[in-house]
Design a protein around this ligand. Structure first.
Ligand code: SAJ
Length: 436
């Protein structure tokens, strides 16, 4: 498919300008962050081209549809396409702003894989015109945005590319910045506009240039800093949460051993004015908190002891939960178990890195048809459970047919349940849903 923008952008060598209504924005990667961002920008009047390597995704978006479930996203994309402010393409266009929102997965050994960001930089480089601003949003190890700058500088010797230690940045032809996404799945559309943003420039002028874009649609504050601090801030945010959840998860295992109710302990401890223990669960999932802390560890493996231990505790919690379910089944030989929820957190259809799914998949080969699953956000069983004999059933069937019931996700659809609904059953409530 051809790029929809013309290549004669009205910018010159010193045109690190304020954004203008006719400026064009290319969002590279139309996933959980890129697509909502592209749609929000388009609905704020920008001309946006969303770029994705998948022809299916491009076709779906151009037809006004969405390939991911996220509250309010379908209407937003529909409006953006109908107003012709958003188009999608597999080709990178010439644009005034480039936003890179591609995945940064983990390699084996928990080291970051930034190859998609590098590929995006290589795809953008030939199209960049003087005056353009390139912003990385993907969660990235510190130094990634400077890597993007080096790739562009190597491929475009005709452009003066800014460097981190450069003092006279007024000479640069383009701007480069890092602005991490920090939106919560399930509230992405709302938080894209309401959250504060941290904007790190390779130089101060780069931060100014990128901030001019974000202030056009963000209601929160746009906080400018340097690129390395902004990259670190993102990793710190998710590591902070991971470490705190690890404390709650460790506490739940300690409580099991010493025989006290962890939910009562947390509820009462949190009445202290400076204590706020988070909630234990079956482990930590999603593509952010279960992954990003490793990027911080990779940068300073010896120093990041607490961060890496927290990751191990949260990963272990899924194994611990699975072992406890097996122990409960030993007490009900031949009995059926019903698992309530497979998603990585409540009220979401996202199963990535889900501890609930990991637990189900590890039990399935042994339990087969003795395992029932209730997941209001799945029409069919995820691939990991198909062909195992496990059945996807409704809540009522699960409650009447299973001897052991495990609450793995506190979806709203389960929240009306009270202890009496489980009379005569063995219940394992990993989320403390029945206590809240
Ligand atoms: N969880 C617990 N106990 C808690 C809170 C969460 O076990 O008390 C579990 C959840 O069940 C889930 C996991 O942690 O499995 C992560 O859920 P979450 O709601 O804490 O976070 P995410 O992964 O959906 O989104 C996070 C957010 N980061 C922070 O809150 C610091 C979001 O703002 C980021 O934009 C997102 O990561 C991201 O994309 O990085």
């Amino acid at each position: 498919m051809n790029a929809p923008f013309d290549t004669s952008l009205a910018t010159g060598p010193n045109a690190l300008l304020q954004p203008a209504p006719d400026h064009q924005i290319a969002v590279i990667g139309l996933g959980y962050i890129g697509l909502p961002t592209a749609a929000v920008l388009a609905n704020h009047g920008w001309n946006v081209c969303g770029v994705d390597v998948s022809e299916d995704v491009v076709r779906t978006v151009n037809a006004g549809g969405v390939h991911i479930e996220e509250r309010d996203l379908d209407q937003l994309v529909h409006n953006a396409i109908a107003s012709k402010k958003l188009t999608a393409s597999t080709a990178v266009p010439a644009a005034h702003f480039y936003l890179i929102a591609v995945p940064t997965p983990l390699c084996e050994k928990n080291t970051p894989d930034v190859s998609y960001v590098e590929a995006a930089a290589r795809a953008i480089a030939p199209k960049i015109l003087p005056g353009a601003c390139i912003i990385v949003e993907s969660t990235s190890p510190v130094g990634t945005t400077e890597k993007v700058a080096r790739i562009i500088a190597e491929m475009r010797s005709d452009l003066a590319v800014p460097a981190f230690d450069q003092t006279l940045d007024a000479q640069a032809d383009i701007a480069l910045a890092y602005c991490p996404e920090r939106v919560l799945p399930g509230k992405i559309v709302h938080e894209l506009e309401s959250n504060d943003r941290v904007i790190g420039g390779i130089t101060p002028a780069c931060a100014e240039r990128a901030a001019a874009l974000y202030t056009s649609f963000v209601k929160g504050d746009c906080l400018k800093t340097n690129v390395r601090i902004a990259e670190t801030v993102k990793l710190v945010e998710n590591s902070f949460r991971d470490v705190n959840i690890a404390f709650a998860n460790e506490l739940s295992m300690i409580a099991d051993e010493i025989g006290v109710d962890v939910w009562d302990v947390i509820r009462l401890a949190n009445r202290h004015p400076r204590v706020n223990v988070l909630q234990p669960g079956p482990g930590v999932g999603g593509h952010c908190i279960a992954v990003d802390p490793w990027f911080l560890v990779a940068g300073a493996p010896k120093a990041a002891k607490l961060v890496s231990t927290a990751r191990e505790v949260n990963d272990y919690k899924a194994e611990h939960t699975q072992k406890r379910i097996r122990a409960l089944l030993d007490a009900a030989p031949g009995g059926r178990v019903a698992l309530l929820g497979l998603a990585f957190k409540p009220d979401i259809d996202d199963f990535r890195e889900s501890p609930a799914l990991e637990i189900a998949a590890s039990l399935a080969p042994d339990l087969g048809e003795n395992m029932l699953v209730v997941e209001p956000f799945a029409q069919t069983l995820p691939a990991e459970l198909q062909g195992t004999g496990v059945q996807l059933v409704g809540l009522d069937a699960a409650l009447s047919e299973a001897e052991v019931i495990v609450i793995l996700v506190d979806h709203t659809a389960f929240k009306h349940l009270v202890s009496n609904d489980f009379a005569g059953r063995i219940v394992f409530d990993t989320r403390g849903m029945l206590k809240r």
